[in-house]
Design a protein around this ligand. Structure first.
Ligand SMILES: Nc1nc2c(c(=O)[nH]1)N[C@H]1C(S)=C(S)[C@@H](COP(=O)(O)O)O[C@H]1N2
Ligand SMILES: [Mo]
Length: 220
């Protein structure tokens, strides 16, 4: 089974843990706290070309047409901030990051899905993709982040845009995101086709596709 690569990084340290004896941050089962912010992804880091960049919503939209935003247009959408942890399926968690950007709900309002949409595929540069239920994407905490802790994302962490879905494993949040596809039937994304769980809830420890219950994912 393929695995996301981990690279060392010299990013800013995470908040210190409370001293022993005081309540510790709660992590999903089987996760351990990571200090710093490692870089984890498959393949090369894409170069951002603002004049060629656009963000698209396509597939089963309510009006049947494809919607797209230039980088400037996307930057003018309403913004918000979410404090959320990042849980990598390779078992490290980064806690307490403050993500700011455009909530997924803003995109859903700007480009509404048709009534029979059940799932979305989130697409990134180089064909990386991740699928999720529409309800997971529409969660009030799901956000297309441009900044972490008040600073622009670096190239290796997904600049200019990455999705954060706080209640799912971090592979469900593509870096270098470019499009959302509305789907009326579920389809597996990049890691979901390669042995990872179709739903990916870290609190239920849904790591691998062999753990899927009937109905949790399309046939493999
Ligand atoms: N485009 C893309 N996004 C991706 C991945 C990837 O391989 N490609 N890996 C995911 C995984 S497995 C994790 S844990 C997080 C890591 O984000 P970070 O490198 O900013 O810590 O990015 C996710 N987003
Ligand atoms: Mo990951």
């Amino acid at each position: 089974m393929g695995q996301p690569e981990e690279h060392a990084s010299g990013e800013a340290a995470q908040p210190e843990l409370p001293p022993p004896g005081l309540p510790q941050p709660e992590l999903p089962p089987g996760q351990r706290l990571q200090r710093g912010w490692p870089v984890t992804h498959y393949g090369p880091v894409p170069r951002f070309r603002p004049e060629r960049w656009e963000f698209q919503v396509f597939g089963a939209t309510a009006d049947g047409s494809k919607h797209s935003w230039t980088h400037t247009e996307f930057g003018a959408l309403p913004r918000s901030t979410v404090v959320a942890d990042l849980h990598c399926v390779t078992r490290f968690s980064m806690i307490g990051a403050e993500w700011s950007g455009v909530p997924a709900r803003v995109v859903l309002e700007a480009a509404p899905p048709a009534p029979d949409v059940t799932h979305v595929m989130v697409w990134a540069e180089y064909g990386f993709s991740s699928n999720m239920r529409l309800s997971d994407f529409a969660d009030e905490r799901s956000i297309f982040a441009t900044h972490k802790d008040g600073e622009l994302l670096t190239a290796e962490h997904g600049f200019p845009l990455r999705l954060i879905v706080p209640h799912l494993y971090a592979w469900k949040g593509p870096k270098w995101v470019r499009a959302v596809e509305y789907m009326t039937t579920d389809r597996r994304g990049f890691w979901e086709e390669r042995g990872y769980h179709n739903v990916g809830d870290p609190w239920k420890e849904q790591r691998y596709s062999y753990q899927e219950e009937p109905g949790e994912g399309p046939d493999l």
